[in-house]
Every structure is written in C-alpha cells, then in structure tokens.
Design a protein around this ligand. Structure first.
Ligand SMILES: Nc1ncnc2c1ncn2[C@@H]1O[C@H](COP(=O)(O)OP(=O)(O)OP(=O)(O)O)[C@@H](O)[C@H]1O
Ligand SMILES: [Mg+2]
Length: 387
C-alpha cells in the first residue's frame, strides 16, 4: 500500500544533505585556500626583504651603520624558518637546532635541501662570492593547510556517530513496537480462541453433529487461528529454539501450502539434507518465514509458473533457496524490499519480508537476502542458518 516513493524520497534527502555538505566544504576549502595563497606571498615577501637587506648590509661600505636597520628587518620575522648559506657555512633563524652543536652543520645542510622543495633559494651576492637563502613555511601556514582537512574529518566522524546513535535508537523503538504489538495481538486472540475451542469440544460430544462438515471446518480454522496466535506470541517474546528435522518440516509445510494456491503453480522441492538432520529452530516462526516467501513468489508469478525450493548444506551452514519464475526485482531494490512498508502490491502492507528477516536474523542468527533476481525471469531468496 505504501509505495517505494517513501524510500526514493529518503534517498533524495540523503543525497541533498551530502550535496550541501560538499558545497559547504568546497566553499571552506576555497576560502582557506585564498588565505593560504595570500599568506604564502606575504611570507615570500618577508624573506625577500630579509635577503635584500642582508645583501645591502654586506655590500655597504664598512663605515655605514646598517645594523640598526638590519636588526629590525630580522626581528619582523619570528615565524618563517630561514637558513643562510655562505661557502658551506650555515646560519639560521626560527629553527629548533639539535642540542649537540656538532650536529648543527649537517642538520642545517639537510634542512636547506628540504626547504628547496618548497621554495627556490634566493641568491645574494655580498661581493665576496655568492650566498644562498633557503626558507620554508611558517608554523601558522602549515597549520592553516591542515586545518580544513582536520575540521572536515571531525565533522564527518561526528556526523557518522550522530547517524549511528540516531538509527540505533530508531531501531530499538521499532523493536518495541513489533514486540508490543505482537504480544498484544496474541493476548487478544487468546480469549475468543479458547471460547471457540470449547464449542468445538462441545459439538464433538454430540455424535449427530460431530462428523458434519461444519464442525470439521470450524476445527480446522480454530487450528489455524491457534498457529497464528502462537506465531504472534513467539515473536512477542524471546522464542526458544529446538533441534528439529528442519528439512522434513519444510517439505510437510510446503505440501500444506501447495493445497492452498493455484494449481497452475508447479512446485519443485529438492532436498539434499540427510534425513533426520537436526537444526535448532523455532518451528512456528520458521514456517511463517517459508509461508511469506512462498506467498510472495506466488504473487510475483501471478498464479502461473514454477516455485523451486532447494535445501542443502555446506560448511556447517544450512541453506534454503526459494526461487520463482515471476516478475523479478530490480537490483536497486534488493535491499529495500526488506524495509517495513515497502510494497508494490495494491493490497500489500510490505511487512512480510521485514518480519521474515527479523525471524531469521534476530531469532535464528541466520541470514535472509535476495540471492539473485532478473526482471521478467524470476527471483531467488536465500535463507542460511548455522547448523
Ligand atoms: N519473489 C518476489 N518476486 C518479485 N518481487 C518480490 C518478491 N518478493 C517480494 N517482492 C517485492 O517486495 C515487496 C515487499 O514484499 P513483502 O512481502 O515485504 O510485502 P508485500 O508482499 O508487498 O505485502 P505483505 O505485507 O502482505 O507481505 C513486494 O511488494 C514485491 O514488490
Ligand atoms: Mg509478502
């Protein structure tokens, strides 16, 4: 009854949020990038000024006192690491040097090589041969470079955690609704059911009435109602699992289903599980799953086609494949079909597969998924259970 639109919309909202986030971080990167570019040219300018004043100081006649001016220029720069090399001798500012003074020349030589990867060295000619100025980025610059990345990562982690917390609380809420509703239904069905059972027993004591079609039919319906009540009561509590000859139960149950659907459906059960093999299950709930999957298969074939059930084992797992020759499921919906409310049927509630998945995965620790499907050709659902 609820169509796939709801899920389409949900996906669109997700894509929308993602786009906004991308636009936002794009703008952010752009903004910090312009800051970085400006800071970089500013830093280059500063070092160039330093280089020029150094050159000026070196080339000025000895009697001109340039120290006062030069000191000022040097003091402007408290951030950018700079190395001055002159004929194999190194001097530096704003660099943390090794404590052992003997290591300093090698250290500076190595640093000056590193610095060349960020900026080409500035050549100065002090009149007695060439010197070089190597420089790198200030701490502020480096920080600014990583800042947007760190912020974005933080934002993503935060968003992801918020999403997890939100969906966990939503899931536990859904759980409560399921369990509560199932319990209540079982409880409410219980009272009229025991009344009906009483009546059937009463009619049985009257030999004239007992064998009539009427009583037999009522008895069958009462049995069916009992099964339904037991299912709801099982899903409303923590169901117990018993070792059962599962394959036999499935075969029997399929026989029962067969009689209730169109005779134009060909049933084909292929059981490869050794007779008597016991598997821990809750029989009532498991039959409910098989019923839901078979009903969907029959619906998908619109009453004509072949329904195959294949039971087999491999590596400690039991597999049950339920395949039909129906209309198929587009790959984009293989996961969606398990969402509550997802239905393409006029009179569907879209709960059958949600319930089946809950029963297999929450109560039996197994898996239920679409194994294969091709539009127009058919679908295979696979149940796997730990043996
Ligand atoms: N074997 C199948 N072949 C093709 N489509 C399927 C098959 N099984 C399920 N679907 C698709 O998945 C949807 C959801 O199935 P689900 O059993 O959860 O709900 P429903 O059958 O529509 O309603 P109900 O609650 O009555 O079971 C179906 O409406 C159908 O579109
Ligand atoms: Mg269904």
């Amino acid at each position: 009854m609820l169509s796939g639109d709801l899920y389409q919309q949900k996906n669109q909202v997700k894509i929308g949020i993602l786009l906004i986030l991308m636009a936002f971080s794009g703008a952010w990167f752009y903004y910090t990038n312009t800051l970085i570019v400006r800071l970089e040219s500013h830093e280059e300018e500063e070092v160039r000024l330093y280089a020029e004043s150094l050159e000026y100081a070196l080339t000025s006649p000895v009697e001109t006192d340039v120290n006062f001016f030069f000191d000022k220029v040097v003091k402007i720069n408290t951030e950018i690491p700079v190395i001055y090399e002159y004929q194999g001798q190194y001097q530096s500012i704003n660099l943390k040097l090794p404590e052992n003074t003997q290591e300093i020349p090698a250290f500076l030589k190595q640093k000056s090589q590193e610095f060349q990867t960020t900026h080409p060295p500035i050549e100065i000619d002090g009149g007695f041969g060439k010197g070089y100025i190597y420089f790198s980025h200030s701490f502020l610059f480096t920080q600014l470079q990583y800042y947007p990345v760190i912020m974005l990562l933080g934002l993503l982690v935060f968003g992801y955690l918020a999403y997890l917390a939100f969906s966990a609380s939503r899931r536990s809420e859904q759980n409560r609704v399921w369990v509560g509703l199932a319990k209540e239904t079982a409880h409410q069905l219980g009272t009229p059911l025991s009344g009906l059972k009483g009546w059937v027993e009463y009619f049985k004591t009257d030999p004239d009435r007992y064998e009539t079609e009427f009583v037999l039919e009522v008895e069958k319906d009462v049995e069916r109602l009992e099964t339904i009540t037991a299912r709801f009561s099982n899903i409303g509590s923590v169901p117990t699992l018993h070792p059962e000859p599962l394959a036999q139960h499935v075969e029997q149950f399929v026989d029962y289903l067969k009689r209730r659907v169109s005779s134009k459906i060909k049933w084909n059960v292929n059981n490869e599980i050794p007779a008597g093999k016991m598997i821990p299950v809750n029989r009532n709930l498991f039959e409910w799953v098989v019923e839901n999957l078979c009903k969907n298969a029959v619906d998908a074939m619109e009453g004509v086609g072949e329904l195959r059930i294949h039971l087999w084992e491999k590596a400690g797992q039991t597999y049950i494949d339920i395949s039909d020759t129906g209309k198929g499921i587009p790959k984009s919906q293989w996961k969606q079909v398990f969402n509550p409310g997802f239905s393409t049927k006029k009179r569907g509630w879209g709960l059958g597969l949600t319930l089946a998945k809950r029963i297999i995965e929450n109560y039996h620790r197994g898996r239920l998924y679409v194994k294969a499907s091709e539009p127009g050709k058919g679908t295979t659902f696979r149940i796997s259970l730990p043996s």
